[in-house]
Design a protein around this ligand. Structure first.
Ligand code: PNS
Length: 166
């Protein structure tokens, strides 16, 4: 493991939103280096392709000097090992999140005992935000600009504009 305390922040980020940003900013204070890992999604079709999701995560975390963005596919623990991560950092919004996160944390710790999971309780002002609700509101023509960083709002607006022109 490297001397720098590295954390990975994995997620689908489809799209990245203000709740995620809350976690990135807090992880950046707790760790020397934070790697946002954007997951390639298998099975379901994401709203945004992997490269676009990574690009928007990069724009979202641009102001955080010790944060970088990368993509991954396959097992998260393989990426954690590759980056020498001391921790997997996730946001926790609710008891529903907790049940799933607890199970993944225990699985990942069995698979890679040197890497722990750190669950940060999302700050109350962004606790209700989720990518799935943002996608639903966006698909139905609603305004999602209050839930996402500016670059994401612009990208979604541009996508809407383009889909109207088709
Ligand atoms: O944003 P999400 O959908 O909550 O992210 C979930 C993600 C991508 C972090 C999780 O599904 C994951 O770690 N996938 C990688 C595959 C893996 O390692 N599966 C075993 C988990 S115990």
């Amino acid at each position: 493991m490297s001397e720098l305390r590295t954390a990975i922040c994995p997620g689908t980020f489809d799209p990245v939103h203000l709740g995620h940003l809350n976690i990135f900013e807090r992880a950046a204070v707790l760790f020397d280096r934070v790697i946002i890992l954007v997951a390639a999604v298998s099975g379901k079709e994401p709203l945004l392709p992997l490269s676009r999701r990574a690009e928007l995560a990069r724009a979202t975390a641009e102001h955080l000097e010790n944060v970088v963005v990368d993509t991954f596919e396959g097992l998260l623990v393989d990426s954690a090992r590759r980056f020498g991560a001391a921790a997997i950092v996730k946001g926790l919004r609710s008891i529903d999140d907790f049940q799933h996160e607890q199970q993944m944390a225990m699985m990942n710790r069995r698979l890679l005992p040197d890497t722990d999971t750190v669950l940060l309780v999302t700050s109350p002002h962004v606790q209700y935000i989720s990518s799935s609700l943002i996608r639903e509101i966006w698909v139905l023509g609603g305004d999602v600009s209050g839930f996402v960083p500016q670059p994401v709002a612009e990208a979604l607006e541009e996508m809407r504009h383009q889909s109207r022109q088709r």
